[in-house]
Design a protein around this ligand. Sequence first.
Ligand code: NAD
Ligand code: DAU
Length: 340
Amino acid sequence: MVKKKILITGGAGFIGGNFIQYLICKYPAYEIYNLDLLTYAGDLGKHRAFETNDNYTFVKGDIVNRELVMTFFKKEQFDYVVHFAAESHVDRSITDPSVFVRTNVLGTQVLLEAAMQVGISKFVHVSTDEVYGELDFELSTFFTEETSLLPNSPYSASKASSDCLVRAYYKTYGLPMNITRCSNNYGPYQFPEKLIPLTISRVLKDEKIPIYGDGQNIRDWLHVFDHCTAIDLVLHEGVNGEIYNIGGHNEHTNLEVVQTIIKTLGKSEKLIKYVTDRLAHDKRYAIDPTKIERSLGWKPIYTFETGIAQTIQWYVENNTWWDQIISGQYQQYFEKQYLG
Ligand code: NAD
Ligand code: DAU
């Protein structure tokens, strides 16, 4: 098997962590490096099973630290970069946008410069459908790769800015790159500030579930494993300069998602508590994945029903992982966010 050096940024986070696990199983000969600052969202507990693997190296570091990143790239001469590292939570971006610009915009620019410097074979920038803004509740409209960028939150504005920088490095300097824009992910090891793990962990503890507004906002849910298979295809077969939307047509209102979790765990809907709506709360996201399906042959394996059942089961069996997270600093965040 071909030996390749691959850098994963943000591999201690939810999706990057799942992607490393996926790579280790599928490409045992790849040398995998994980560069992560270990912010509140980073956790290495998810890598216990392979942290001593000879082909896996963790480096604690900030992607904004130009000197560190340049030296690291020069030393390791990576073939591929898959860039996940980011501030990723919309609510936190509303409270403090500056760290989002710092990490998501400046950090991406530093990585692009380093990637150019060593002549990387492929830079995959993991972006989001939120850069397109929102769709209305008319279910026949979807985000395509041609949809205009109209981000509404500081988070999505910072991701759209980073997408523009990646594109500019392709156009100006010929950086071999792809941008992926995926819908909402869920699955093992998602930080419990996001809707699905927040709901599961709180239902298991018989605590109230905060639903913003009337709960009718729609998200398009994709199991993280299916996101990983899509990134794998883009990394190895994506046409340079192309953007690929990723989503599996799993649209549900937030209320439906919460009701499904409550029902599966055999609890009462009395746990639902409607709270003040998120500022500039996007109404609906929905991906048209035709391009990645037709050009790269991508197909998700999970339906929302099979994926959510697997995920709930995982959180039930791995309560020590999320329990240790929600009992720490997260508790202060939760109180500030929901109780003012
Ligand atoms: P996450 O918040 O779980 O993880 C982010 C990781 O980045 C953490 O490990 C954190 O420590 C690290 N990080 C943050 N700042 C850093 C810095 N300055 N230097 C180095 N590391 C840093 O995020 P996630 O949900 O896994 O999302 C990963 C990527 O996928 C993000 O770019 C996000 O925009 C994108 N995305 C997420 C979703 C989703 O539903 N979660 C959907 C589509 C796209
Ligand atoms: O679409 C992709 C995006 O999905 C990613 O780019 C982001 O990184 C990721 O965080 C996610 O963004 P959302 O804002 O859609 O995810 P979140 O889990 O925060 O919220 C999902 C929906 O649930 C949203 O409509 C807001 C609502 N919600 C969320 C929380 C945390 C609630 O009603 N109550 C809550 O407490």
